[in-house]
Design a protein around this ligand. Structure first.
Ligand code: C2O
Ligand code: CU
Length: 621
């Protein structure tokens, strides 16, 4: 429903304002006694009058998603609508003079015009609650814009001007248009600047400041590795692979062992890296080109070392030009196994357009099965398991507590996220559907038809499982509050002029910088006011979900590293700042990341010497 309200909001404003501009032009002609123009103008004005109540209704609907969703629209738009309305009604002669026509209709026209133009400005300028300076500026600019729209009506009424020639009129319209465009451009720029958080975004990229800890020193442990693996990135036509396969080799390590992975780039021209998605490794091992290392050029190698302390399902992928490289196949699964081996069948499936067909396994009835799902696509994955009730036992590499049996529901998994499903193999076949690759398990020799999927509805993690102790919770005193408000807006950004993802009102290469200190408990609120899903992925940390849309989490502790935030949703998370470094925080819809939906979480006193941008050879997204 939320995207619909947002579209309606935009539509009412654009249509209403456009209608008023048309009415203004036609009313001007009315002075020249064109009856047809006058009646069209009247109709358009009535339409615009209807737009205001509709717009107020839409604002109320938006506000029902939470105060954040109408916050800046109401304080700016409502006074601008009410003040002229009061003036117009209280001092009819004034409004008559202002619009040069008769009575109550004139009052209405003026009020409607101010309201709509103000809302239109509020919509585009104040994507985050305005600072007071910006609010004053915005109000002024809104009135200025109204004046521009009203110019055709503000001419003195005196004797009729000499009929203008076609050419003169064309020149006037062109000139007026130019002035309007210039004024609007100026208004947008000035108010936008006034509302900015000081631009320290990507501060780490300005180079390492004196006295700062260099991220390159935040490495994993030294010593003889317990496990050493080499992964070779190479091209195979349009498909790019690790060790010749897509997905790359499945890596299985035991918790606590010292792991060493050598990345070799045979011939991937732009360079590659290895990012350990979901593993909270030390910063220098995080594999982000331009942030924690330089991209590994063709013919070069790079060594990653870490000691995994989380048991669960993770994945690795290149974090150099990742939207292209993950799409071409540079990714694979990492499983961290517990110290004691677990009996049963353990299968990992990666959802990705290059991993297709059917994964078939013979499983004896009664065998415990763990099915690990990794969503390596850029959109939400909806998976259904047919043939057996299952439990959702782990999310993003962390076990849930008190998982209950699910019989008839699907799971919805964020792009980049992981779910583990567990069940005991029944007599009949079991299928997992929804990924590009289907999974089919059956008793050896069984040729029964695959079970039908009759799932309806989706498991809601906010209320799934039972509570268990966690190091902090909704009531814990926090040291720092961070807020991310996601919008779409027209802006000039690093990728040209267009409709862009905005983070607290700013677009790439600007954006808020989240700075924390080691040891702090951080509350992070994410508000999605855009019309798209955003799977938000913070590197190096797991966060605990405490609330969604004002409702507290009541199920198992829900730890996540990749959280789907839908349009109109607000999530509140808690995270312990316990892993110093400069960390990526971005949308894992890699096309969105590519378009600039990228932030950093930086620890005070830590900086990176690595560079992004033209000439650096590094391009994390
Ligand atoms: Cu899986 Cu920064 O990404
Ligand atoms: Cu996104």
């Amino acid at each position: 429903m939320y995207p619909l309200w947002t579209f309606l909001h935009g539509f009412v404003l654009l249509a209403g304002t456009g209608a008023l501009a048309v009415a203004a032009l036609l009313q001007r002609r009315r002075v020249e006694r064109s009856r047809a123009a006058a009646s069209v103008a009247l109709l358009v004005v009535i339409g615009a009058l209807v737009a205001v109540p509709v717009e107020l209704g839409v604002l109320l609907a938006l506000a029902s998603y939470g105060p954040d969703f109408a916050l800046e629209k109401i304080p700016l738009g409502v006074p601008l609508a009410l003040v002229p309305l009061v003036v117009a009604v209280a001092v009819p002669s004034l409004s008559r003079a202002a619009v040069g026509q008769d009575g109550p209709r004139a009052a209405g026209v003026l009020a409607v015009r101010v309201a709509l133009v103000a809302q239109l400005l509020a919509w585009h300028l104040f994507l985050v609650p305005p600072t007071s300076r910006a609010a004053v500026l915005g109000t002024g600019l809104a009135y200025a814009a109204v004046l521009i729209v009203s110019v055709p009506l503000l001419r003195p009424r005196g004797p009729r001007p000499a009929p203008s020639t076609g050419r003169g009129r064309a020149a006037r319209i062109a000139g007026g248009g130019l002035v309007a465009v210039a004024a609007a451009g100026l208004a947008v720029t000035v108010a936008d600047r006034a509302n900015r958080v000081p631009a320290e975004a990507h501060a780490g990229h300005a180079g390492l400041a004196p006295g700062e800890v260099d991220v390159a020193t935040l490495t994993g442990p030294s010593g003889t590795p317990d496990r050493a693996v080499t992964l070779t990135a190479e091209r195979d036509g349009g498909r790019w692979t690790f060790d010749g396969t897509v997905p790359g080799p499945q890596l299985r390590f035991r918790v606590g062992e010292l792991v060493q992975v050598t990345l070799v780039n045979r011939d991937v021209p732009a360079g590659v890296t290895l990012h350990w998605h979901g593993l909270d490794v030390p910063n220098a091992e995080d594999g982000v080109a331009g942030v924690t290392q330089d991209a590994v050029e063709p013919g070069s190698r790079y060594v990653y070392r870490f000691r995994p302390d989380q048991v669960g399902t993770f994945w690795y992928h290149s974090h150099q030009a990742s939207s292209e490289q993950v799409d071409r196949g540079l990714f694979g699964v990492v499983v961290i196994e517990p110290r004691q081996p677990v009996a049963g069948t353990d299968i990992a499936v990666v959802d990705h357009r290059r991993v297709t067909g059917t994964l078939r396994r013979d499983v004896e009835p009664g065998t415990p099965v763990r099915l690990r799902i990794v969503n390596a696509t850029s959109s939400i994955g909806r998976y259904s398991l047919a043939g057996v009730p299952y439990r959702l036992v782990a999310v993003d590499g962390t076990d849930l507590h008190g998982s209950t049996e699910v019989d008839d529901k699907r799971v919805a998994l964020a792009a980049g996220g992981r779910y583990d499903l567990a069940f005991r193999m029944p007599d009949g076949p079991v299928t997992l559907r929804g990924a590009a690759q289907q999974v089919e398990l059956r008793r050896p020799g069984d040729d029964a038809p695959p079970p039908r999927d009759h799932s309806r509805g989706t498991v809601d993690l906010l209320h799934y499982g039972t509570p268990a102790p966690a190091p902090f919770g909704a009531g814990s005193p926090v040291d720092r509050d961070l807020r991310l408000v996601i919008d779409q807006r027209l802006a000039f950004g690093g990728h040209g002029f267009g409709y862009q993802w905005s983070m607290n009102g700013q677009v790439w290469p600007d954006g808020p910088v989240f700075t924390v200190r080691a040891g702090e408990l951080v509350r992070m609120t994410i508000v999605n006011r855009s019309t798209a899903n955003h799977p938000m992925h913070l590197h190096g940390h797991h966060a605990l979900v405490v609330a969604r849309d004002g409702a507290a989490a009541t199920g198992s502790p829900w730890w996540t590293d990749t959280l789907e935030v839908g349009p109109g949703q607000t999530y509140v998370l808690l995270l312990g700042a316990d892993n110093p470094g400069v960390w990526m925080d971005h949308c894992h819809n890699l096309n969105h990341a590519r378009a600039g939906f990228v932030l950093h979480l930086t620890y005070a006193g830590v900086g990176t010497p690595f560079q992004v941008g033209p000439g650096s050879g590094n391009d994390p997204e």
